[in-house]
Design a protein around this ligand. Sequence first.
Ligand SMILES: Nc1ncnc2c1ncn2[C@@H]1O[C@H](COP(=O)(O)OP(=O)(O)OP(=O)(O)O)[C@@H](O)[C@H]1O
Ligand SMILES: [Mg+2]
Length: 240
Amino acid sequence: MLVAEQIRKTFGGLVAVQDVDLHLQEGEILGLVGPNGAGKTTLLNIISGLYKPDNGSIHYKGENITGLALNSVCKKGIAKTFQHPQSFPGMLASEAVMVSAIFGNHHKVNMKEARDEAVGHLDFVHFPKEKIDASLSQLNLMELKRVQLARALASQPRLLLLDELTTGLNPNESDEAIGLIRKIREEGTTIMLIEHVMRVITGVSDRIVVLDHGVKIADGTPLDVLNEQRVIDSYLGEKY
Ligand SMILES: Nc1ncnc2c1ncn2[C@@H]1O[C@H](COP(=O)(O)OP(=O)(O)OP(=O)(O)O)[C@@H](O)[C@H]1O
Ligand SMILES: [Mg+2]
């Protein structure tokens, strides 16, 4: 579904992502892990079109999408949530999702249909019903993350990129998130997710890729990857 080859991104003198090859099969859940500053977010930002890579190419369903802008990539079916949710504080939760239902894909919907879709997506991600028309500035971090996920889903992605969706959740909440991620995949969406919570990563991933200082150091099944000495040394600290 996705083939990224030799992806490189530098910020000034810093090489954030260093010649990374990565592929994704349709229907798969791929976990992306690695220490802080390893380049995980940067890689997702490149795939989603937020950053242009300095080198390398990205093909999605056979089409070269390298360097396309975020909105074009989104309309092709790749949506992303952000590690640190940012939003227009005066916008309502329902409106934030409606914008995506209207402009995030090629389907034509009127305002009523967009609102119905938004309410459906917010319900799916267990966003509190009584806050559907609350402004984003009144929401806590968890609620903002749910809005982000609903907004990503409203663009009807075939590939969903999740950047630390469950960071800061308690064990019950992360179990719920694991359930949601599985359900999204069951409905036909391929998922690539960055997570630091190993329980979540091992709970959902078919395959894991490990980045360290911008370099891909492992790629394989969770069992194989988490037992690799290099992964233990650079990321896990001790055997998981
Ligand atoms: N827009 C930017 N401008 C300058 N440097 C950046 C930018 N984005 C990321 N970096 C740097 O690139 C490196 C990789 O950052 P990135 O955010 O991709 O790491 P990460 O693996 O997502 O880390 P974390 O687990 O902390 O979220 C870091 O050294 C970071 O400071
Ligand atoms: Mg990050």
